[in-house]
Design a protein around this ligand. Structure first.
Ligand SMILES: Nc1ncnc2c1ncn2[C@@H]1O[C@H](COP(=O)(O)OP(=O)(O)OP(=O)(O)O)[C@@H](O)[C@H]1O
Ligand SMILES: O=P(O)(O)OC[C@H]1O[C@H](OP(=O)(O)OP(=O)(O)O)[C@H](O)[C@@H]1O
Length: 220
């Protein structure tokens, strides 16, 4: 089995973009198109295996070598701070990590005057670091989803969360006040696999790099 390549892919929105990109360098898995509750899919002809995992668990599977390669949002990498080899920005999954607050509040609320604030977020480490660098003390409330609910019910006025279309903020009567980071999906690689399966992994990285470069050039 050691000549197989295993990918850890997040079950959510990144999965389809990942497989679309991989198909451009011949990495495919017809078994994944079947509707099932399976978590591992194989393409025996190409000796490829795909694991469908929670987005936040992708770095763990790659770190421990259960997967040779993984696709994960930069937000998750920044939050977890694991030392993983991250050779490629895959350029999809674009969104921004922002500070937001209820609409109207921004008129009287100058971020330069913040000294002690409460923030609800899925990203406590990034949030803590971001505000600490500016000398702002932050009381963190860790949530696991639907972050935009927090200000509506008085849990916290401010949130740190991802924004893509801006639709969720708007629907919940909130506005962005600061951008913390621009986010895209990244390819991550297990360091030992990079040595033991060097040829196959190098070919995948180089192939993807070329496809992404070509796409960027065409779109410019
Ligand atoms: N609205 C969005 N638009 C574009 N990309 C997004 C958006 N929200 C999240 N992402 C990116 O997709 C990644 C996975 O998000 P997804 O919603 O699929 O999983 P999740 O529910 O956040 O994670 P988990 O399953 O571990 O709780 C995020 O880490 C981020 O990089
Ligand atoms: O700007 P938009 O295009 O509206 O996207 C932003 C929303 O997408 C993500 O939530 P997700 O759908 O992952 O749900 P969750 O909050 O339950 O994690 C993010 O946490 C925002 O809530």
């Amino acid at each position: 089995m050691n000549d197989w390549i295993t990918f850890a892919l997040p079950k959510g929105r990144i999965m389809q973009d990942s497989m679309e990109l991989f198909s451009k360098i011949g990495i495919t898995c017809p078994e994944m198109n079947e509707n099932s509750r399976k978590l591992v899919f194989e393409n025996p002809e190409l000796k490829l295996r795909f694991m469908a995992v929670r987005a936040t668990d992708v770095p763990t599977y790659v770190e421990y070598g259960c997967a040779d390669l993984g696709v994960v949002g930069k937000d998750t990498l920044l939050e977890q701070g694991k030392k993983l080899y991250e050779p490629l920005d895959l350029k999809f999954g674009y969104c921004r990590l922002v500070v937001a607050e209820p609409k109207g509040m921004e008129n009287s609320d100058n971020p330069l005057n913040w000294s002690n604030i409460r923030v609800a977020t899925k990203y406590p480490n990034i949030t803590e670091r971001y505000f600490a660098a500016r000398g702002i003390q932050v009381e963190l409330i860790k949530l696991y989803g639907s972050i935009e609910l927090a200000p509506l019910v008085g849990l916290s006025e401010r949130i740190v969360d991802l924004v893509s279309t801006g639709g969720t903020l708007k629907a919940n009567n909130m506005v962005e006040v600061e951008t913390i980071a621009e986010i895209t999906s990244r390819l991550i690689v297990n360091r030992a696999s990079l040595k033991t399966k060097h040829q196959r992994i190098r070919a995948i990285i180089d192939g993807l790099e070329k496809v992404i470069g070509d796409e960027v050039r065409i779109s410019q």
